[in-house]
Design a protein around this ligand. Sequence first.
Ligand code: DON
Length: 583
Amino acid sequence: MRIQSGMRQLGWALLMSFTVVQGAQAAPASAPPVSYGVDSDTFHPVKAQHGMVASVDAMATQVGVDILKQGGNAVDAAIAVGFALAVTHPQAGNLGGGGFMLLRTASGRATAIDFREMAPARASRDMFLDKQGNADSKLSLTSHLASGTPGTVAGFALAAQKYGTLPLSTLLAPAIKLAREGIIVNDALADDLATYGKENIINHANSRAIFYKADGQPYQKGDRLVQKNLAHSLQLIAQQGPDAFYKGTIADEIAGEMAQHGGLIGKPDLAAYRAVERKPVSGTYRGYEVFSMPPPSSGGIHIVQILNILENFDLAKWGFGSADAIQVMAEAEKYAYADRSEYLGDPDFVKVPQQALTSKAYAKTLAQQIDVNKARPSAEIKPGKLEPYESNQTTHFSVVDKEGNAVAVTYTLNTYFGSGIVAGNSGILMNNEMDDFSAKPGTPNVYGLVGGEANAVQPAKRPLSSMSPTIVAKDGKTWLVTGSPGGSRIITTVLQMVVNSIDFGMNVAEATNAPRFHHQWLPDQLRVEKGFSPDTLRLLEAKGQHVKVLPAMGSTQSIMIGPDGMRYGASDPRSVDDLSAGY
Ligand code: DON
């Protein structure tokens, strides 16, 4: 089995010098030029000269554009968007969750800020197992045990202090106003409250009081939603800085809520929380540089790994949507997700073989195993039994400022509205990120992902993530800023943004709108969106792929910078109420 011999292969790959690959073809030079949205294109990005913000929510995008116009840089604008989304997009925007920020400065320096949640000190390996020793997803998704210690406020504060230009209070002001004066509920929020609120929010009085009306119905489109307690919490952070959240009144509310209902987050956990600056994962793809999120996200490593494999095939010659291109990409994805389950975890706890996994040599050994005509069954790679799950929360936003600084942020509560639990009187929805740990090695989590010991629950550990804020540079200059929600499908969604742009010459709107597909090794299923030709799907079946047409994947929010210096923004048509705007 490949998995068992994986370590040996990895070690060998590191030692291996350049070898000739059979079956895989040399990197092509045939990719068409990118058009950047000229008249003949099918879809057009939003175009602006100075700065651009792309986010899942039009109100939050506007906040970001206003900060840029005030003279804030991309980091300032991103932080303001992040705080605004906590108010306007509580499905995923948050103070009670965590995530990642990737930054590439105009001078070309790339850095990453990890503000992923941490397991509380009293967390333990088997905390999500029932009496029979089976993983109980209710505990890891909707109970007070579901929450890790939140990182968002620490992450934004660190980013503002090191890379921002405006005071935190200025960046919080628009969010405070939106929470205090209320927002007009849009389609996205109304639909998600109606659909998902009844699974979590409705069960908790604090949460119900915010998102449900006196008549027992959730807020609907066109209603004004005022979040007074959240406004107060934001105001405290504006006045006292992140200590208000980690040591002060908000910490009291969170720890009090947890103590009262059997949760584990205590004041010492909050006081000990630190956001961490990390070196991004980097790689190259057909002459472009790729920067993405390092562990505890698996995203960067596996995007670079898959791109390294794909470099051995002439995707451009096959063309977008061809059965051969999809086949090779899906096969590459299987190998990457198999490795993910074995090797990836919090780098502060486990040794992640990052260099080996992202080496061109290792990718060549994998490319050699890929047959363009015949799918390798996942069971031959490693057996497993999984249930797929539908969900699409988490949110990504991208910002480019007039200097050319670029910021990509993906942050989340995990599933829609997190655990659905609002901490005391804070107005803050808590995450259910603990479900991203492997509750029981070999048992799939909410995204059908299996994990091993590397991602087992341990005190103060960060659960493995797939969030992949990504920046691609061309000739030393930032070219594409992108990212997406989608759980396990984030990695392949971002991958397709890169491949659609580089190999298939699509402008950023076309790359966004093009139908997507996804293979995550287990289950052995090639998940496709509607929009591919039935002939192509039949050809893929004939190659041995188990094709299934399922709902849309991801919600990318991307910006491309053209050779003319123009900023081109594209928000995903799969989301409603999202917006790219610039000035
Ligand atoms: O960190 C992760 O990989 C997940 N908690 C992200 C969740 C997500 O994207 C939700 N959308 N499907």
